[in-house]
Write a protein that binds this ligand. Structure first.
Ligand SMILES: [Zn+2]
Length: 354
């Protein structure tokens, strides 16, 4: 993960400081009454059923109204074991031996569930690195014959530097990035146990992106390219003649922290508000309390590359995770209960979406 739109934060901060100066500290009214509060969720339980959403193209035809859907019996403890097995490989930097081991682990795992596995291999160049690096997105397809499909996705590479560590001497120490990258893969691995029995109207692709974290120079005018894998996946899809129809994509990023908090990411809600209402509405039904119907951060992440080619994509992300890009991003700071909340919501949403 990614960077915030720092400029906007600076402007908001600046305006806030100006407001305080102008009011000489006396007024306590909120200058941004709408900033922390989302529009109310529709009271109807089938939240996405009402009306057309012109901005997103979603409407009542997308969701089976009132369809009985129960969460799958997702095993959070087993997801934690998958997470541990991924982290036991060590740092999984794009092009590294550990990354190749992770690819084999993922392939073997999903083949046992009868999924179709596609390696989307390519070479990429990074601004700060000489030469090319091998990258591979992995696409795990369930019911591959279905033309209309949805995507659940995450990146699976880890950042070469733990650049949120305060002491730069720590940056190059082994960084396993459990929640950031690992958690999305582990959730999909556990979901794999439940996909065969899951009744869905759509085919499901788990898309696992490489090259989200291949960053050596994170800042500045000449900073490294982000989202190399998701860009490649999106552009390849766009250029495919007889391509499948993706009706939605949900990106998972840092979804297993033990203090999980999931407000709505701004770039998701701005472009696909109905899809956000569908997902957060299911969370409300299931009482999945980590999901907060509040404005979260505005985050640049893999979902943007999908949005660019017209795939309706949103990001479920805990951007306030304390251990982000730190050596302490380990399985010890993730939890089975967090996995279960997110997977429960996803599994109900998957059964309803069309
Ligand atoms: Zn990251």
């Amino acid at each position: 993960m990614k960077f915030l739109l720092g400029g906007i934060a600076v402007i908001v901060l600046g305006v806030g400081v100006m407001f305080l100066i102008m009011n000489n500290g006396a007024a306590k009214t909120n200058p941004f009454p709408d900033f922390n509060v989302m529009p109310p969720l529709p009271e109807n339980e089938t939240v996405a059923a009402g009306g057309k959403d012109k901005s997103s193209g979603f409407g009542s035809d997308r969701v089976n109204q009132g369809q009985e859907a129960k969460p799958v019996p997702f095993d959070g403890k087993r997801a934690m074991r998958y997470l541990q097995s991924i982290c036991d490989l060590g740092p999984r930097i794009s092009g590294s031996a550990a990354m190749r081991k992770q690819q084999q682990l993922i392939k073997k795992h999903f083949e046992e569930f009868g999924a179709k596995i596609t390696y989307q291999a390519f070479e990429a160049e990074q601004n700060s690195v000489r030469g090319k690096v091998e990258m591979t997105n992995i696409i795990v397809s369930f019911q591959p014959e279905k033309k209309r499909r949805v995507i659940i996705c995450s990146h699976y590479d880890t950042r070469p530097i733990a650049d949120q560590e305060p002491d730069p001497r720590d940056w190059k120490k082994p960084f396993v990035s459990a929640n950031d990258g690992g958690s999305g893969v582990a959730l999909m691995m556990e979901m794999g146990n439940h996909m065969k029995g899951l009744k869905t109207n759509v085919g499901v692709d788990f898309v696992i992106f490489d090259g989200e974290e291949y960053i050596f120079r994170p800042d500045g005018a000449n900073r490294d390219r982000y989202f190399i894998g998701s860009e490649h996946f999106a552009q390849t899809w766009r250029q495919t003649k007889d391509r499948v129809d993706y009706s939605a994509a949900i990106l998972l990023d840092m979804i297993a922290g033990n203090k999980l908090r999931l407000p709505v990411e701004i770039n998701s809600h701005r472009r696909y508000p109905k899809l956000c209402e569908e997902v957060w509405g299911v969370a409300r039904e299931l009482n999945a309390k980590a999901f907060k119907w509040e404005r979260g951060h505005e985050v640049q992440d893999d979902h943007i590359e999908l949005q660019k080619v017209g795939i309706p994509a949103i990001d479920i992300i805990d951007f306030d995770y304390d251990h982000w890009h730190r050596l302490s991003d380990t399985p010890a700071n993730c939890s089975a209960a967090s996995f279960e909340q997110v997977a429960g919501v996803l599994s109900v949403w998957l059964q309803r979406t069309k």
